[in-house]
Ligand binder design. Sequence first.
Ligand SMILES: Cc1cc2nc3c(=O)[nH]c(=O)nc-3n(C[C@H](O)[C@H](O)[C@H](O)COP(=O)(O)OP(=O)(O)OC[C@H]3O[C@@H](n4cnc5c(N)ncnc54)[C@H](O)[C@@H]3O)c2cc1C
Length: 604
Amino acid sequence: MASENTGKTLSRQDVDFNLFDVLDIGALTQRSLYAEHDQEIFGAVLDTAESIAASHFQTFYRKSDIEEPQLNNGQVETPPELAAAIAAFTEAGFMAAHAPPEDGGQQLPVSLLQAAYSFFQAANIGASIYYFLTVSSGNVIRAFGNAEQKARFLQPMLEGRFLGTMCLSEPQAGSGLADIRTRATPQPDGSYRLKGNKMWISAGDHEISENIVHLVLARIEGAPAGVKGISLFIVPKYLVGADGKPGKRNDVRVMGLNHKMGYRGAVNSLLSFGESDDCTAYLIGEPHRGLDYMFVMMNEARISVGLGATMLGYAGYMHSLEYAKQRVQGRLPDNKDPTAPPVPIIQHGDVRRMLLVQKCYVEGALALGLYAAHLVDEERSAPDAAIRDESSLLLEMLTPIVKSWPSEYCLEANKLAIQVLGGYGYTRDFPVEQYYRDNRLNLIHEGTNGIQAIDFVGRKIRMRDGAGLALLADRIGQDIRKATAPALAEFATQLRVDLDRVLATTKDIIGNAKPGQMGRYLANASSCLDMYGHLVIAWMWLRQAMAAHKRLDAGNAGAAEAFLQGKLAACRFFYRHEMKRLDHWLPIVAAQDATVLETNPDWL
Ligand SMILES: Cc1cc2nc3c(=O)[nH]c(=O)nc-3n(C[C@H](O)[C@H](O)[C@H](O)COP(=O)(O)OP(=O)(O)OC[C@H]3O[C@@H](n4cnc5c(N)ncnc54)[C@H](O)[C@@H]3O)c2cc1C
């Protein structure tokens, strides 16, 4: 078996730079919601995450790929290290770190926690899914469940005794959840009987916790058709008695495991509910509001997916960077002496290009993920109601980009990491191929990137009469106006031009979003999302360049000099090379090009 990679998978310096220099999350401690904390606590949280990620998650990343979960006699077997990792995560307080003190939590800022989670994701993405689903599904129960449900299910989830899942997809209904078939029948005691199948369920069954709490979308008999008739239920693997202990086995069974290209550390299952007509379920909130409840939590979940994609890209970047410093091969073009020793490949222009592209993508995506998480903090804690509303609107606007851009471009970074290692990168002796395979999922789950594009172009840029788009443009404009230093002028000037070009094109096409013409309007949604994605990442790079320049200008960069210069160099590369892609996307979007629609399915 290939040995485990013990190298760094995420730069702590970059995380700190984003949190403290770019976002200034220290200022959050002035808000009443976070007043219990100080910057020292924030640092300690990151130290703990970094340390446990290295000691308990990274140590079996390769093993979890090779020894993927197995279904034996109805039981799912996972490597023992998985249970130990989740236990270490819980013992360090991370399972409840987001929760309010009345639930036994620490109410840590979302931006800090997403940064902390990033260390676990970079170390072992498959193992991270177990706590991610538990925290997300627990948040749904906290927001919409009743007191009994919170006591019976949420509390043990916060203690890490019960783990959660999200059961939305069915074999015939993935992107189109309106077509789910799982049925719920009311019972005299107020509970429901569930019957149906759920496909692709991550962490759907295992033996690493006392119980599993499934959040399941289903239709109550007689419910209206479509998404307005979907309700949300809690379905425990074991029924929980009044004493809070798991008791009788509920009628939910794992019918099979999906054997995946990557992400193999995460069990993925086909679940059957009510095979023996005895599956007990508890309705969350009101009937027919299930999708609304799930989507309230989606913005945060999609930040995690975006950051997960970023972390796989980041880990590949770090690995290929180290490799490029060690591996010697060839001589520089201007050296004609065949007896001269070969040089480390980082000396070659093309290898440095591949590293710089990766750096632009992964560090740009990290900045975006943490910016989005900070918007959640603003939404929850800003003293001014107008700022809270704006943060919420901006987050909604950005969410499709936060999910899709990192999954597209950090996968591209993974491709380049393999390329930097040459033939070695294509073998299983190095982790870069696993990062690539693992990252391929992120374009698919939590809403495929195609669906994100339709959401962005069809809904987000038009919502509230364009208020979200206007707010985004205003926030970018504010930063452009602040970037007054001559060293930043190149970026600020170009971003202004590109922002205006994108806005003008959007204004030209938006009127075409009319009933009967939506197919044409959405035909190039993916190009439009790409265009906005690059624009937003260029904005993130300007913000990073401003923070780097501020420290360099103050003359006290010290040991951080190279890191800060690296930020300016990557920003320059993004503007000079990557932003040229707008010249490709803009005309396609502006023309509302209909080539794809005019191509008859029979011709394909
Ligand atoms: C490893 C893994 C883990 C997962 N974990 C979970 C989980 O824990 N819980 C859960 O509920 N689900 C989970 N999923 C399911 C995931 O969310 C779905 O796979 C995803 O939503 C896509 O659904 P589908 O696979 O049925 O593809 P389809 O919906 O059939 O889509 C196929 C293709 O058609 C495109 N398409 C579909 N509809 C449209 C449209 N209207 N317009 C344009 N294009 C369209 C899609 O973009 C896609 O490219 C997981 C999936 C995987 C692979």
